[in-house]
Ligand binder design. Structure first.
Ligand SMILES: Cc1ncc(COP(=O)(O)O)c(C=O)c1O
Length: 415
């Protein structure tokens, strides 16, 4: 079966294309048709779909409040708006993420402080979170990377000790399980993206969940320009906030997707876990699947692997050889810690010529190669082979496993 590597002229493991990922269909169309016939495309114009989406998504998570918005970034901005930091306050978060986790912190005048990640789980290291706490820290934002739950027991213990709220960025982690609990319900606030590539989607969208009345009410106002619509008479804006209202067309699709969320995740998780099982049977000393903590279940938004330094190939060479086998593979995910991916952030020049919000900090904040060197090493070793999806059969997953095993056994090794 193994033969010669495709990159050296051998036969690729996979020559057929993998199934396409068409995420929406009849159920979404049915909900959309209701909206078009109703003529109400705005949630406050008599629409019902966004309300239903919020209610059902929150109920699945056992939370009192679900606040829909226009993106995952917006859902995180709503969360930071709930916390309501003072300019210059600090929020500790992870350096392997999308800019959508960071922009909301800065727009609220707060300062992102980055904790190192663990080399095997790729998630934030609780010990480094605690080491980064100062008297200006107002929250911890945990990021469940690739749908893999963070070490929430340790994070919550630190948060309680220092009396800090925890925001969970679950943009990649719908229905991921942490020791019997759903992510997004362990901390104080959970945020989800419904962007096209996410587990459930309405093209672009987001939702923030919480059980806390004060956060819930503040977040609801924040999402709608602070407008207290329940009151009659002169307009009353009670919170300073943007317009992040989800429209009814997005709400209709988000509702249908939420109703299918368990089915989508069950299949996707089964395919992801099958891949891990097959790879563990082979147990390559050189390429290891992302570690999942005991009692946790991921949802495989991407399939992360670590190429060990002892491997006779680089992560880039591995990715190239695997892609030649017909199983596409990326290397290094975002490449650099997120603060180095953005010149304006690195230079701390975000609002015109000002130093805001860094001029409100009580200490100098540095974003350079010395900020999270361990995380750079983790990114340097990271590869992302094609992730099993809910659209794949078990045989598709077996082909992915066979290709990974072939490349990790043959590449750079004399037979
Ligand atoms: C971890 C994480 N946080 C936040 C976001 C932002 O989500 P959106 O693109 O919906 O604004 C993303 C999107 O890729 C993400 O992966």
């Amino acid at each position: 079966m193994q033969g010669k590597l495709a990159i050296e002229g051998g036969t690729p493991v996979r020559t057929r294309p993998f199934p396409p990922q068409k995420k929406v269909g009849k159920e979404e169309l049915k909900q959309l048709v209701d909206v078009i016939y109703s003529g109400n495309m705005n949630r406050f114009g008599g629409g019902e779909k966004v309300d239903q989406f919020e209610e059902e998504f929150a109920a699945i998570h056992g939370r009192k409040y679900g606040i829909a918005s226009t993106s995952g970034t917006a859902s995180i901005h709503v969360a930071v708006g709930m916390i309501n930091p003072n300019p210059g306050d600090e929020i500790i978060t992870g350096p392997i993420t999308d800019m959508g986790s960071i922009v909301p912190i800065l727009y609220q005048g707060a300062i992102p402080v980055f904790a190192e990640v663990d080399p095997y789980t790729f998630n934030m290291d609780p010990a480094d979170i605690e080491a980064k706490i100062t008297d200006r820290t107002v929250a911890i934002m945990a990021i469940h990377l690739f749908g893999n739950p963070c070490d929430m027991d340790a994070i919550m213990e630190i948060a309680r000790k220092h009396d800090l709220p925890v925001i969970e960025d679950c943009s990649q982690a719908h229905l991921s399980e942490y020791r019997g609990e759903l992510v997004g319900t362990i901390g104080d606030i959970g945020c989800f993206s419904l962007q096209q590539s996410k587990h459930i989607t309405c093209g672009d969208g987001g939702i923030t969940i919480t059980d806390d009345d004060e956060y819930g009410m503040r977040g609801r106002l924040f999402m709608d320009k602070g407008w207290h619509r329940a009151q009659y008479g002169p307009r009353q804006y009670e919170v300073f906030g943007p317009n992040y209202r989800m429209n009814e067309l997005s709400g209709a699709v988000a509702l249908a997707q939420t109703r299918r969320m368990h089915e989508i995740i069950d299949t996707r998780r089964a395919r992801g876990e099958l891949l891990t099982e097959l790879l563990n049977e082979h147990d390559s000393p050189y390429v290891k699947p992302q570690k999942i903590l005991d009692g946790c279940r991921g949802t495989y938004w991407q399939y992360g692997m670590r190429v060990e330094p002892e491997a006779p190939f680089t992560p880039g060479e591995f990715a190239q050889a695997l892609s030649a086998e017909g199983v596409s593979c990326g290397a290094h995910y975002i490449g650099k810690p997120i603060f180095l991916c953005h010149d304006a952030l690195r230079n701390k020049r975000l609002f015109g010529d000002s130093d805001y919000p860094f001029d409100r900090a009580s200490r100098e904040v540095v974003y350079d190669e010395t900020t999270t060197p361990r995380t750079q090493e983790v990114l340097d070793r990271l590869v992302q082979p094609m992730c099993p999806t809910q659209f794949m059969s078990e045989d598709d997953v077996r082909d992915i496993a066979a290709a990974i095993i072939k490349v990790s056994s043959l590449l750079g090794q004399s037979s």
